[in-house]
Design a protein around this ligand. Structure first.
Ligand code: FES
Length: 504
């Protein structure tokens, strides 16, 4: 089957959602609380704190909602694939139940905000399904369904899905939801009067200093200071990691999505497979037209897969199962995965009592981030919160027995990435890595005019070697998920600086 993928990456949510631009910070500022990171975690934390009467300001290094939030599958779900039997085994009934409740509360909080602020973001309640096409995974699904029963989760084991796809086993979870995250968050920023004049873009916070009186001073790339009592880093990876805790306890993954026009495709619900490669799909609506999102194929960043092949595999599946035409958008996202797949929300580091984080959403951050906003608001106010220990960034994570730890199968169908040896062989839009020995390795990208761009491959975060992403035409860092454009401009942190230009 022939693949005709869109030439470049663009997210359905950012292309169809409402957005606005905000000024950069061009003066020194004093606020109660600085929230750093303009995705759903940062926006909703700023919203919750402002609603609680705090003087808060939100800072985004580049454009709001252009990190993982804008490149999601936009499912509000407590299902998180097959997480509950593992949570039960690791932590016992009370905490596993807590995780379900936290996610359900997150969904409710988003619904409540959309209602209160009258945001038309397509919020719709849906059933969520996880399924497998492999009979040898039935036992695993039975275990997960048993966990649902023990935890009183609203859902059930199913033998078939309400669509034309034959599966070996599935689990339904009811009362989940879908929405348009970009339109929703744009609505929050525009309609909450307490956030007016408190939002800044193109404002990279580069330094964090604790003053003697325990207040904080943040310094931006342009040299302005933000004096505050508390700071929250709701960034992809904590920018100010102090003791390698986050580096040692999170791994970056990438996953992909394609959007199709789909007036004739009838699907109710949101679906994800627990197989490898993963598949996920749901319908979307824009301007009263119906679209289909098909995605998945997640894998560890930098594992030498061909990202382009991953997009092509998804496209083949979409055409075979749903009979759609060529996709109109394609995009990917980087996610940080924690060992127990529960995010890190709370005090960033035991030595900095006034600095907090929201990170490690393990690909399911939308509902967790909403609850996380309320957790941080409580922590900052010294109020009790029943999710505090579960999300604690420095919690102990008990190991699982090996047979429980991974249920994936090997996927050998994906083409492995082979870089061409010489820049002269490159077609416009391609890149290569040149290894001249003696640690002299560099990247070369040929742009559409034929100009060659030579780049130092050392990531500007802490120096890992970046890899060429053939699907999105970006340089991706396998260590903590930073992303750079083809010509080396930083587009996703924790890196703060562009890749160095290398002389030919
Ligand atoms: Fe940390 Fe690249 S993101 S070294």
């Amino acid at each position: 089957m022939k693949n005709h993928l869109p030439e470049s990456t663009a997210s359905f949510w950012l292309e169809t959602g409402q957005t606005n631009s905000y000024p950069a910070l061009l003066e020194n500022l004093k606020v109660d609380i600085a929230v750093v990171g303009g995705g759903i975690a940062g926006v909703l934390t700023a919203h919750a704190l402002a609603e609680d009467g705090k003087n808060v300001a939100l800072f985004e290094a580049r454009e709001l909602l252009h990190g993982t939030t804008g490149y999601t599958t936009a499912k509000l779900s407590a299902q998180h694939q097959l997480v509950y039997h593992q949570l039960l085994k690791r932590y016992g009934k009370e905490r596993a139940k807590c995780f379900y409740q936290a996610n359900m509360e997150g969904i409710d909080y988003i619904r409540e905000i959309a209602d209160d602020l009258d945001i038309d973001c397509g919020f719709r309640e849906r059933d969520a399904y996880v399924y497998t096409e492999h009979a040898d995974k039935k036992e695993l699904f039975e275990k997960e369904a048993g966990a649902y029963e023990q935890l009183n989760i609203s859902g059930a084991y199913v033998d078939e899905l309400p669509l034309d796809l034959s599966v070996a086993a599935g689990i339904k979870m009811t009362q989940q939801a879908e929405f348009q995250p970009v339109t929703f968050l744009h609505g929050v920023l525009e309609k909450n009067p307490k956030l007016q004049d408190a939002v800044y873009e193109q404002t990279l916070v580069k330094e964090l200093k604790e003053n003697e009186d325990e207040t904080l001073e943040l310094t931006t790339e342009k040299g302005y200071t933000i004096q505050c009592n508390q700071a929250i880093f709701a960034t992809h990876f904590p920018t100010f990691e102090i003791d390698r805790h986050y580096e040692d306890n999170m791994d970056p993954e990438i996953s992909y999505a394609l959007a199709y026009e789909a007036e004739d495709v009838s699907i109710h619900g949101m679906y994800i497979s627990a197989d490898d490669p993963k598949k996920t799909f749901r319908k979307m609506t824009y301007n009263e037209k119906e679209y289909l999102l098909v995605g998945g194929q997640s894998h560890r960043l930098g594992d030498d897969s061909s990202e382009q092949s991953r997009y092509e595999e998804i496209d083949q599946f979409a055409k075979k199962v749903f009979g759609v035409n060529d996709p109109i958008y394609r995009w990917s996202s980087h996610d940080m995965i924690t060992k127990d797949r529960v995010p890190f929300i709370g005090q960033l580091d035991p030595n900095y009592s006034q600095v907090y984080t929201q990170t490690g959403f393990s690909k399911w951050g939308l509902a967790d981030a909403a609850t996380g906003a309320k957790v941080l608001t409580d922590l900052i106010n010294g109020r009790a919160n029943k999710y505090r220990d579960m999300y604690h960034p420095h919690r102990d994570v008990p190991e699982l027995p090996e047979e429980e730890a991974s249920s994936s199968e090997k996927n050998d169908t994906i083409e492995k990435l082979i870089y061409k040896a010489s820049p002269k062989d490159l077609a416009p839009g391609e890149a290569t890595i040149v290894d001249e020995g003696e640690e002299n390795e560099f990247g070369v990208y040929k742009d559409t005019t034929g100009e060659l761009h030579y780049l130092d491959l050392a990531c500007t975060h802490v120096g890992c070697g970046v890899k060429w992403n053939t699907g999105d035409k970006t340089w991706d860092c396998p260590c903590h998920g930073s992303r750079f454009s083809a010509t080396g401009r930083v587009i996703e942190g924790p890196a703060m600086e562009d890749l160095a230009i290398k002389n030919e």
